[in-house]
Design a protein around this ligand. Structure first.
Ligand SMILES: *[C@@H]1O[C@H](CO)[C@@H](O)[C@H](O)[C@H]1NC(C)=O
Ligand SMILES: *[C@@H]1O[C@H](CO)[C@@H](O)[C@H](O)[C@H]1NC(C)=O
Length: 351
């Protein structure tokens, strides 16, 4: 062993030098000056070698995936068969809508096509009941668009009162544990939604979604713990977030129950009165239960029309006010920040 160690030492030093050549630009430039053309050639061939290796590995894994797919994928069966007895095999789509039947129809048609969906619930808060015609049109849309063998149920959840809390009302007899909460004016590709569902299955207690936001500590007065609401820009710039918005997120159905029964009545009243921040309330509720951050999933978003509340003036100020008011009601700030972003490894090029 001893003699072996001796003979190993110089070669490991050589390896370190090679590594430095590759890693540190200053070390590399010094060595290159002193080095011969042969070393340059060696470096270039290493680069070419790595590139070829990456491409080959990529092609091999694509081929392997294809072979696996051919072998195991029957055209009629889906990866997530809807099996009511197993609550983690599929999810419920909970669509929040308001007087936009055309958007609702587009949304229902789209999500009917997703393999993981086993029911679609529409949160209906208008004074008039949905017309028979609308119901028929939507039911036909679900029937003709869903994957064969996937019996998606379509249910309207009718509400007397017009309140933002309606979207988090407890839904009886849900077959699945997972809720995919979505606004009627945003569409995510089925591939992204089914991927987010698989992320949720790894962490079913937490919220998993596509639209991250952040609470930033306001440093202007150190004797006051004040926060301000960080929108898309600040999350993009820093890669830090602490909420995912319920306009496009998965969470466990038990949080619907907790929202209506366990959460502070004052927060529910706040959301009804201000017509805002029910999504922040849900983020607080789940963070308070788990003590953990949510998970942001990468996904392409297609927005259809922007007449939502976020396009009204002073949106950020109102959201900031909610953050601070809810923190005061809880007596502490439950939100936890994170930098994790889940991506689909099948569609990422580099390791
Ligand atoms: C910070 O907040 C406290 C409490 O509201 C206030 O008394 C104080 O004047 C504030 N300080 C500054 C620098 O704004
Ligand atoms: C917050 O979490 C605590 C401890 O788990 C729990 O007792 C309390 O009911 C929760 N509060 C709300 C509003 O959910």
């Amino acid at each position: 062993m001893r003699s072996g160690n001796h003979s190993l030492l110089p070669s490991s030093r050589r390896a370190t030098q090679k590594l430095r050549l590759l890693v540190s630009p200053t070390a590399a430039s010094c060595s290159i000056k002193a080095s011969t053309a042969a070393k340059m050639k060696a470096l270039i061939s290493i680069c070419i070698g790595i590139t070829i290796f990456l491409i080959a590995a990529r092609a091999a894994s694509a081929l392997a995936a294809l072979a696996f797919h051919r072998l195991h994928h029957r055209p009629t069966a889906s990866f997530f068969p809807a099996s009511p007895s197993i609550p983690r095999k599929a999810y419920t789509v909970l669509i929040n809508t308001w007087k936009r039947n055309d958007l609702l129809q587009k949304s229902v048609i789209h999500y009917s096509k997703c393999a993981g969906v086993n029911s679609i619930h529409i949160v209906w808060s208008e004074p008039n009941r949905p017309s028979d015609l609308l119901y028929e049109v939507l039911r036909e849309a679900v029937h003709s668009n869903s994957i064969r063998g996937n019996n998606i149920e379509l249910i309207f959840d009718l509400n007397q009162e017009d309140s933002l809390n309606n979207r988090f009302k407890e839904v009886k007899d849900l077959k699945s544990d997972a809720i995919f909460s979505i606004d009627d004016d945003v569409i995510f590709p089925c591939k992204s939604v089914d991927f987010a569902f698989s992320v949720w299955k790894s962490a079913p207690e937490t919220m998993v979604g596509f639209v991250p936001r952040m609470h930033w500590l306001d440093n202007s007065n150190s004797s006051l713990d004040r926060y301000f609401y960080g929108g898309w820009w600040s999350v993009w710039w820093t890669g830090t977030y602490s909420m995912v918005l319920s306009k496009a997120a998965f969470f466990h159905k038990k949080y619907l129950h907790l929202y209506s029964t366990n959460m502070f009545q004052s927060i529910r009243n706040y959301a009804t009165k201000n017509r805002n921040c029910e999504d922040i309330a849900m983020a607080f509720l789940i963070a308070n239960e788990t003590g953990a951050p949510p998970i942001w999933v990468k996904g392409r978003i297609f927005e259809m029309g922007s007449s939502g509340i976020s396009s009204l003036g002073n949106h950020e100020e109102r959201r900031t006010q909610c953050l601070n008011d809810f923190t005061a009601i809880y007596g502490r700030m439950p939100l936890v920040a994170s930098n994790v972003k889940a991506i689909d490894s099948r569609s990422s090029w580099l390791w």
